[in-house]
Design a protein around this ligand. Structure first.
Ligand SMILES: [Zn+2]
Length: 282
């Protein structure tokens, strides 16, 4: 399989030839950075874990060179950071028993440049070969430019596929900004009650990001617990962990649908919900 950059890397934990490994994919998550799929897409990883007929493939679009660094890693060069982050992502693929892990190795400036078609072309190549039923990426209201850039490239890639080749579902998930603000009817809740140990392991592998003091591992597990408890104000908690997604499927079912307006409609339903409540109890 030919990617746009010769430095792109693929990794198959169980050693199958890459194209064969990729072809078994049922669930694919596409994130900007090494660690994003573990933060935002625990649900498909767990759904596929130890299953014969369900396989998770992870894609990290960027190169990790611009990563913040501290403590053990504070004197690492950009290239050394890149290697550490690739290594961490591959460890996660082993622990999570992924079908395959792909790292496309783009500088984040490329991902944020809407005119550069290279990442979209690679995503079309991967999606055509993997043919996943469900795709997970960043949500379009995320506050990290590179994350939103990746989500837009994913939408563009999926829209370019022939209608019958597109996945059934596209989900926009939580990393830099959660989705608790959406009205409940817009939330797609993913139950993450089971395998907290595995969830914690996958997040904890990213030592280069955590050891400098950014506790993505604890924060992500905490967000899942908080989502579960604050989802329903009445009754007892029915789950111990929950993550939310925005259902982006309408954007691929109708390739003409305006992306910005689609997100604004979610925000308007939130604004209306706040206004209605103030009026009701005012
Ligand atoms: Zn990220």
């Amino acid at each position: 399989m030919q990617f746009q950059l010769d430095t792109a890397e693929v990794f198959v934990p169980d050693g199958l030839p890459f194209e064969q490994a990729l072809a078994r994919t049922t669930h694919m998550a596409i994130g900007a950075h090494q660690d994003d799929v573990e933060i935002m897409a625990a649900s498909p990883i767990l759904q596929c874990f130890q299953q014969e007929d369900k396989w998770f493939t992870g894609v990290a679009v960027t190169d990790g060179r611009g990563s913040p660094r501290d403590a053990l890693y504070k004197d690492y060069s950009d290239e050394e950071m890149r290697r550490v982050r690739f290594k961490e992502q591959k460890k996660a693929a082993v622990v999570g028993e992924y079908a395959a892990q792909v790292i496309l190795d783009y500088p984040s400036t490329v991902v944020k440049d809407g005119k550069n078609q290279q990442p979209t072309r690679d995503l079309v190549t991967l999606l055509t070969a993997a043919h996943p039923r469900s795709v997970y990426t960043h949500n379009l209201a995320d506050k990290h430019d590179t994350h939103v850039g990746v989500a837009l490239r994913v939408v563009a890639a999926l829209r370019s596929l022939p209608e019958g080749e597109r996945p059934e579902k596209l989900y926009g998930c939580e990393v830099w900004r959660d989705l608790d603000w959406m009205v409940d009817s817009d939330k797609v809740p993913f139950d993450l009650t089971s395998h907290e140990n595995l969830q914690a392991s996958l997040l904890g592998l990213y030592d280069s990001q955590i050891c400098g003091g950014k506790h993505y591992d604890l924060a992500t597990m905490g967000r899942r617990r908080a989502n579960a408890t604050y989802f329903e104000s009445h009754g007892v908690d029915v789950t111990l962990g929950l993550s939310y997604a925005m259902d982006l499927s309408p954007l691929i079912q109708d390739p003409e649908k305006d992306i910005s307006q689609f997100v604004q409609e979610h925000i308007q339903r939130f604004a209306q919900d706040v206004a209605d409540r103030l009026r009701r109890v005012g």
